[in-house]
Design a protein around this ligand. Structure first.
Ligand SMILES: Nc1nc2c(c(=O)[nH]1)N[C@H]1C(S)=C(S)[C@@H](COP(=O)(O)OP(=O)(O)OC[C@H]3O[C@@H](n4cnc5c(=O)[nH]c(N)nc54)[C@H](O)[C@@H]3O)O[C@H]1N2
Ligand SMILES: Nc1nc2c(c(=O)[nH]1)N[C@H]1C(S)=C(S)[C@@H](COP(=O)(O)OP(=O)(O)OC[C@H]3O[C@@H](n4cnc5c(=O)[nH]c(N)nc54)[C@H](O)[C@@H]3O)O[C@H]1N2
Ligand SMILES: [Mo]
Length: 816
């Protein structure tokens, strides 16, 4: 047993293992001061919810409170390991700031009330809108952080009972591109790869993915391979000096927004050297010839020119990827949050298709998720998709839903694809959307161009319901605030980025009158008296387990088949990957092992889109292109970013995360160890850029774009020149309310999204958080070094900065 400060060492002790060997177990545990494992009343099975990795853990309960967590040794995902957010993050459940009663707005202020009053307001409003303006005046903006049962309930209420097409999640900001890229290439969502591919790969390529900080335990698995003989070679594509870069055989730091050019360059090398599995291409794909023509236009020199990288590095990366025997690729926000997001992500799929590297150990493709339950938002149809990965343009799929929900087929809207979130906010701005129900997301900090978002949410004519754990920046603008039960206070299931399903059992009671999202949605349905076509209650279930059983019927025969899973089976297991059905009772490690794709015209989730314009293909076009359901190789032209740097705004501003905080920090900002490790906003920039601008470590700096202005403390790093980075974690709830206003363009703000632009990838509709043109100006001397962690991508390149440490309160156990 070792005691480790997991703030100063987020990844813990190495347990090296060689290719093909099992990943050793290491059980991580953190218990609050004064409590030992013997004192614990119960260990309740669950998994982590502060990222998409799905680390299995047990929640330690004593006297009705959480006192700590312990990794589950037998879980397929983490083999016992936990990351800093997993270890310390549960303390947010017991924060004194938790919402305990519903709130309603009276004479301009939010006041405490009871559930009947709050729900009455919502019901009265809904009924009036349905009578006067119809179902499309009501919208739901949900999350990647609820449970499967909650999404499926929400989906049936919205798409079925109300019949609105306006249902999306913050997953639009997060994994819309993952889903879209999978649909474009394979005809359907569904993660092809498995985390066990790390155990076998000889090359691991990470595209715009800071896995070390964002799927920390997955990085531990990679680090353990790297620490043993014959380690995999790492290819890292990221403009920032992330911890991954330190282990990379080749690091490509492209100018943000140029990913498609870079990918075409890598494919150019692969095709030029004929590192192509022609038998696989011939047997299982369509579209290869078009790819050949397109990538011929991208020799390394041209790519080097566009991306600002070394042509030889493009060649070296191309060779590593092209000659790999077992290639694992992962893709995330550096690709997804840009103007050609889907086009770039699809090129990674193309690499695996032309190299025939799918469905075998080590040959994995992970179009990553970010949030813990984003996969479920997608598969349950709470996010601009339809339940069970059904195709909105295929009438027989809509008929299946109508039968499952016992509704007339005409009540389920399918005249157009479900409305995406950015468009829903547009409708609210224009006034056709009059009620917005926001659950488990904080758009007043996480959406782009916050000045605009605040104006939309604050309108009198918009009835805003916010369902959260805390009084967030968004809740501050609501007409009704509903206090929700958090993770550990309710039972449900969720699915991680590699299709692993876990159950999370209720361990403790929620605070005050808080209720689970499941109970709230169902209470709304009952008060609205929603009925199916025979007069039965809709939804037809009353408990999470009944909802799960109903979901199993909805998933039957679809790619995300859950039919052989039960709550009991999940309780005993260490995570089970879907599809899990009669044919695969123990789940399925990899999709597409047989080269058969979910792309057959009658079965597929989508007919695909034009990768440049986003225009949907007609069903007839799809049938003509892909009559037998092969994988689809789609080439893409490179289009320059929409807001390039200019003399007035010479920097490219990118935004993202750090290892200690989760999103808008509603939880991690209330956890002492995590908050202390990264207490306030900073801006990262290259030393050479800083010198030219007269900026030193710790100086106060103003970052300005066409949308607004943020003040932050400078951290000088090994960043690529011409790029500046802001973490987007820092909003206004913790003592910054005075900045939560707009006094014109000169108001100094703290949140990165004051600066980002209202613009999105035309295919996935995911907003662009990674490229804005910005100016940077020194405005004063700060109080010492920037409050940025020294342990990760924000590590300083100048001496004299104190190391980030957690101290005695951060000591966790490791059992090797
Ligand atoms: N600690 C922590 N972990 C998290 C989260 C968190 O908030 N905190 N959130 C979770 C969620 S919801 C998500 S979506 C994931 C996100 O996980 P990641 O995608 O790994 O995180 P980001 O920091 O958003 O972006 C990743 C990298 O993209 C790079 N990048 C920026 N622009 C470009 C570009 O144009 N090209 C390329 N190639 N790279 C670029 C950035 O330098 C950054 O290092 O993390 C999940 N895990
Ligand atoms: N500039 C910039 N902006 C970004 C990104 C970026 O990289 N850069 N990344 C984008 C991405 S990938 C994401 S995922 C989003 C995240 O953006 P948000 O979803 O806005 O971020 P969170 O802070 O996770 O907000 C979740 C809210 O749900 C509440 N909550 C947690 N659990 C529950 C629950 O069980 N029930 C209820 N009702 N509420 C709960 C939390 O208290 C919190 O207020 O941000 C996006 N915005
Ligand atoms: Mo995300």
């Amino acid at each position: 047993m070792a005691r480790t400060d997991r703030i100063s060492d987020p990844w813990g002790t190495r347990t090296p293992y060689a290719s093909g060997e099992p990943w050793p177990q290491r059980v991580d545990q953190y218990l609050t001061a004064g409590v030992t494992a013997d004192d614990v009343d119960a260990w309740v099975p669950s998994a982590s919810v502060l990222h998409s990795n799905g680390d299995g853990l047990d929640i330690a309960v004593k006297d009705g409170r959480i006192v700590g967590v312990r990794g589950r040794a037998g879980d397929r995902v983490n083999h016992g390991r936990l990351d800093p957010k997993d270890l310390y993050g549960w303390q947010a459940n017991h924060s004194p700031d938790r919402l305990r009663t519903p709130l309603v707005r009276r004479n301009g202020t939010l006041v405490e009330t009871d559930w009947d009053t709050a729900m009455d307001r919502i019901v009265t409003h809904s009924r009036r809108l349905l009578d006067e303006r119809g179902p499309n005046s009501i919208g739901f903006y949900t999350s990647g952080q609820l449970f499967l049962e909650e999404y499926y309930t929400q989906c049936v209420i919205a798409h079925g009972a109300i019949g609105t097409n306006h249902v999306d999640g913050n997953t639009r900001l997060c994994t819309a591109t993952a889903a879209e890229a999978l649909k474009e290439s394979f005809g359907c969502d569904g993660q092809p790869g498995s985390y066990t591919d790390v155990d076998h790969a000889d090359v691991i390529a990470l595209y715009g993915h800071n896995v070390a900080e964002t799927q920390t335990v997955l990085w531990m698995r990679m680090l353990d391979r790297l620490a043993a003989p014959n380690p995999p070679a790492i290819v890292c594509v990221d403009p920032r000096p992330t911890p991954v870069v330190r282990h990379a055989a080749v690091h490509l730091a492209p100018l943000p927004g140029t990913n498609v050019a870079l990918m075409n360059g890598l494919l150019h090398e692969i095709l030029d050297h004929d590192w192509v599995d022609h038998d696989y291409v011939e047997a299982h794909t369509v579209g290869f010839d078009e790819l050949r023509k397109r990538v011929a236009e991208f020799p390394p020199e041209r790519v080097a020119d566009i991306c600002g990288v070394d042509a030889n590095d493009v060649r070296r990366a191309g060779e590593l990827i092209g000659t790999a025997e077992r290639l694992l690729s992962t893709v995330l926000q550096g690709f997804y949050q840009s103007h050609q997001a889907t086009a770039a992500a699809v090129q990674v799929n193309n690499i695996h298709l032309v190299r025939g590297m799918l469905g075998r150990p080590g040959c994995g493709l992970l179009q990553m998720n970010g949030q813990p339950t984003a996969e479920n938002t997608r598969e349950c149809g709470a996010d601009g998709d339809l339940a069970g990965f059904r195709n909105w343009a295929n009438d027989s799929h809509i008929e299946e839903l109508a039968e499952l929900w016992n509704l007339d087929v005409t009540t389920i809207p399918h005249y157009a694809p479900p409305t995406h979130a950015m468009q829903m906010f547009r409708y609210a701005e224009e006034g056709s959307l009059r009620m917005l129900w926001v659950s488990a997301t904080n758009p007043a900090v996480s959406l782009p161009e916050l000045g605009r978002v605040r104006r939309i949410l604050a309108q009198d004519r918009l009835f805003l319901v916010v369902q959260d754990l805390f009084l967030t920046e968004t809740a501050q603008l609501a007409d009704v605030v509903l206090p929700a039960a958090a993770w550990a206070e309710k039972t449900g299931t969720f699915t991680n980025a590699d299709r692993t399903v876990h159950i999370s059992d209720k361990a403790i009671d929620p605070p005050g009158q808080a209720r689970s999202d499941f109970d709230i949605f169902l209470d709304y349905a009952r008060r609205m008296d929603f009925r199916d076509k025979d007069g039965g209650p809709l939804p037809s279930w009353n408990t999470p387990e009944e909802a799960f059983e109903a979901w199993k019927r909805c998933s039957a025969g679809r790619p995300c088949d859950y039919t052989a899973l039960t709550y009991d089976k999940l309780r005993g297991a260490g995570g089970i990957q879907w599809p899990c059905n009669e044919e695969h009772p123990d789940g399925t490690e990899r999709l597409y092992a047989d080269g058969q794709f979910f792309a057959a015209p009658d079965y597929c989730e989508a007919y695909g889109k034009d990768l440049i314009t986003g225009a949907p293909l007609e069903p007839t076009e799809y049938r003509a292109m892909n009559p037998f359901g092969r994988a689809i190789i789609k080439a893409a032209e490179y289009v320059p970013p929409h807001e390039p740097p200019s003399p007035e705004r010479p920097y490219v501003l990118i935004t993202g995360r750090t290892v200690y905080h989760f999103h808008t920090r509603t939880k991690t900002g209330r956890v002492p160890q995590l908050q202390a490790a990264a207490p306030d906003v900073w801006v990262e920039m290259a030393r050479a850029d800083a010198r030219r601008a007269g900026i030193a470590e710790g100086d106060l700096v103003e970052i300005r774009t066409a949308r607004g202005c943020v003040t932050a403390t400078a951290r000088l790093t090994d960043m690529r020149r011409g790029v500046v980075f802001l973490p987007f974690h820092y909003g206004y709830w913790d003592g910054y309310w005075d900045d939560y206003r707009d006094d014109g363009a000169d108001t100094h703000h703290r949140a990165a999204n004051e600066l980002t632009l209202t613009d999105w990838d035309p295919v996935s509709k995911q907003p662009i958080f990674k490229t804005s043109a910005a100016s940077v100006r020194r405005i004063g001397t700060g109080a010492g070094a920037a409050p940025a962690p020294t342990t990760a991508a924000s590590a300083p390149c100048t001496p004299g900065v104190d190391d980030t440490v957690g101290g005695a309160d951060a000591l966790a156990d490791e059992q090797l």
